[in-house]
Design a protein around this ligand. Structure first.
Ligand code: APR
Ligand code: PHB
Length: 392
């Protein structure tokens, strides 16, 4: 097989890039290791910055998002049994966010690609990227029981944190920056109407809790748990009891319970690989960076990488100039590091320290108190949360 742009990975980054390139008339192929069912069922994020909504509209993939997405005007912070609303439009000159599950974005993009192209190969596992420094890099992949090759002009690694693309970069000239947090998130889906209209980020006495949602009928909640926690050690009642304790406020508010339909534990890490390009191999999304989900940046960062990349290929396609491609890594990393900073700071502010560091605990409360009492501090949070400008 031969194509202009070989895309490894059919998650949000790979699928959106394929859609944008296809609409620009650029030939591409997506190789996805898993099945369609696997990819469409993976429970992930759900909070979209305006830039992500814009990108999906630009891709002609936002019909259901526009019909079913929940536009939110802010979030609520809870600590010391107090509630504090962060009013996004008032603090950012009108910006809002939208709740629409990543699973639904993937379903929308998959349906469009299967209907209109480009080719999307399921259970096609990339084994290696060869000759990335050449003008014709090759992806070796396993599909339908045999090893095949995809000869490309460019290869884009959208294969996530556990993919193979990043490992193709030479050690010399590559740098990784990482920080593992000493706790994880236990996430649940519950068939019960959300107990709130907007997301609640709570710093309870015993730890962090987040109340999100997937629709007006389905709640999505998270609970800070020790690293290495087994979800099976958390029966439903224990989860609801702990959530109740962490959301507790001196106000007339009740956490509504319902059947838990999904349960999983996610580790918390920050990770950045520099650079994001080597020769004709380019990384986008989780293949290049991971953020702790506290700042809701993972999906939005993947989309912003893809928006920049699609623009660079459009210019290359139109003019033959690689000028924007030469700037891709620097442009994306500037935004990646700002999102990494924000996600790290939100995580450190809202999670109980497992070692019970009382000094850190007091610092956290001081940070929360500052945001609750200072328009300037609240605006800084709102500006980062709703999304920094695409091109810094
Ligand atoms: N060959 C082909 N496909 C692969 C390979 C491989 N060797 N390795 C991984 N993949 C596929 C995975 O099966 C997955 O579908 O690459 C895809 C990567 O998708 P994501 O991990 O979702 O990464 P990305 O598209 O960058 O989206 C980032 O997804 O994981 C969340 O929190 C993350 O919200 C963020 C978003
Ligand atoms: C989610 O809805 O899954 C979600 C929302 C906000 C976050 C993390 C996850 O910060």
């Amino acid at each position: 097989m031969r194509t202009a742009v070989g895309i490894i990975g059919g998650g949000p980054a790979g699928l959106l890039l394929a859609r944008l390139l296809h609409r620009t008339g650029i030939d591409c192929v997506v190789l996805e290791a898993r099945t369609r069912e696997d990819v469409e069922q993976r429970q992930r994020a759900g909070m979209l910055e305006q830039g992500t909504v814009d990108a999906l509209r630009e891709a002609g993939a936002a019909e259901r998002l526009d019909a079913e997405g929940l536009v939110h005007q802010g979030i609520e912070l809870r600590f010391e049994r107090e509630r504090h609303h962060i009013d996004f439009p008032a603090l950012t000159g009108g910006r809002t966010v939208t709740i629409y599950a990543q699973t639904e974005i993937v379903k929308d993009l998959v349906a469009l690609q299967l209907a209109e192209g480009p080719p999307l190969l399921w259970e096609a596992q990339a084994l290696a990227v060869e000759k990335p420094e050449s003008a014709s890099p090759v992806v070796r992949f396993l599909h339908e029981g045999r090893e095949q090759t995809l000869i490309c002009d460019w290869v884009i690694g959208c294969d996530g944190f556990h993919g193979i693309s990043r490992g193709t970069f030479p050690a010399a000239g590559s740098h990784t920056y990482e920080r593992d947090h000493p706790y994880s998130w236990l996430g649940i889906l519950a068939d019960v109407a959300p107990s709130c209209d907007e997301l609640i980020y709570a710093r309870g006495q015993s730890g962090f809790a987040l109340h999100s949602m997937r629709s007006i009928h389905v709640s999505r909640l998270y609970l800070q748990v020790p690293g290495g926690t087994d979800a099976d050690d958390w029966p439903d009642d224990r989860i609801w009891d702990e959530l109740d304790a962490r959301f507790a406020v001196d106000a007339d508010w009740t956490l509504h319970r319902g059947p838990i339909t999904a349960k999983s534990v996610t580790p918390m890490r920050s990770y950045v690989h520099e650079p994001m390009r080597h020769g004709r191999l380019v990384l986008a999304g989780d293949a290049a960076h991971i953020v702790p989900p506290t700042g809701a940046k993972g999906l939005n960062l993947a989309v912003s990488d893809v928006r920049v990349l699609a623009r660079t290929f459009a210019e290359l396609h139109r003019t033959g100039s690689e000028r924007l491609l030469d700037d891709y890594s620097r442009t994306c990393l500037a935004r990646v590091w700002q999102a990494t900073r924000f996600s790290y700071d939100m995580t450190r502010m809202l999670h109980a320290q497992p070692d019970g560091d009382v000094f850190e605990n007091r610092l956290q409360l001081a940070r929360l108190r500052r945001i609750a009492s200072s328009r300037h501090a609240a605006a800084e949070l709102a500006t980062n949360y709703t999304g920094l400008p695409l091109l810094t």
